[in-house]
Design a protein around this ligand. Structure first.
Ligand SMILES: [Zn+2]
Length: 273
């Protein structure tokens, strides 16, 4: 066996069977360089039930360590390098601006941070986030139009009825990279996928019920700009905690254990609202 074994498979953007290249998700430029431990959802659910522990009390020693950071063989070399050139630099600026504001806030307690980012291009940011959701979900999340949308950097045909994208400052005990999950709530069925890692998390809602108002700041409107358009972006981005494995669950540890105002029990897949 050669030391550099090639990986072949279906590229999650162009759909062709090609050699796949390693891609950092989130990109390497946004604090995704260190070793991470990958643990499957199944393993977490089993351990929480078996040991009767809270998610942050479990020792995840069994997970496989990935030395080069989070990511995987999702895209072919062409799709990886195009999206990397078109979208990652602006996305990286966006995340670094938020991280800069977090550093300024330091140890202060805050629920959200307001920031103004000068001359930034909103469309590539949104397209990078959508690329990451296509990376961790197979089959373009059941929407072939995303292929043209993401492989033509200037395309503006984004389905704003179907997709609602939210951002938050990541906090809490766990990082989450969750493919699409379906949850039943008082508002009806919520379909969502989430990538929440330090320092910023993103949640993508698909066909969100109209009256359901997720936590986080909505950035779907970033899709309304042209690729080259620059703008001063002003956002108030809330800090949300991830302490369970469930996407969209931002309860604090106190809310989960019942020692704070929230009375919900761990293990409930429903979101707040
Ligand atoms: Zn490809």
């Amino acid at each position: 066996m050669s030391r550099k074994q090639k990986t072949y498979g279906i590229c999650r953007l162009c759909g062709e069977n090609k050699e796949l290249t390693f891609e950092h998700v989130p990109p390497e430029t946004v604090f995704n360089k260190g070793a991470v431990r990958n643990v499957s959802l199944d393993a977490i659910i089993k351990d929480t039930m078996k040991e009767n522990k809270l998610p942050w009390e479990i020792n995840y020693g069994k997970g496989k360590i990935q030395q080069r950071g989070r990511g995987g063989f999702y895209l072919c070399g062409d799709c990886n390098s195009c999206t990397g050139q078109w979208y990652v630099p602006e996305y990286s600026r966006f995340v670094h601006a938020i991280q800069g504001a977090m550093r300024q806030a330091g140890e202060q307690k805050y629920e959200s941070l307001g920031l103004r980012i000068k001359s930034i291009r909103p469309l590539p940011i949104l397209k990078q986030v959508m690329t990451m959701f296509c990376d961790i979900n197979s089959g373009l999340m059941g929407d072939d139009s995303l292929k043209d949308y993401l492989l033509d950097k200037t395309s503006r045909s984004f389905n704003r009825d179907r997709y609602h994208l939210y951002a938050h400052i990541h906090a809490g005990a766990l990082e989450r990279m969750n493919g699409i999950m379906v949850q039943s709530t008082n508002f009806g069925i919520i379909t969502l996928s989430e990538i929440s890692t330090y320092p910023v998390g993103f949640t993508l809602y698909i066909d969100k019920p109209k009256n359901y108002k997720p936590e986080g700041v909505e950035i779907t409107s970033f899709s309304e700009w042209d690729y080259g358009d620059e703008s001063d972006v002003q956002i108030i981005i809330p800090k949300l905690e991830c302490n369970t494995i469930f996407s969209g669950d931002y309860r604090t540890k106190g809310e989960i254990t019942g020692s704070a105002d929230g009375k919900a029990q761990i293990g409930e897949a429903t979101t707040k609202g």
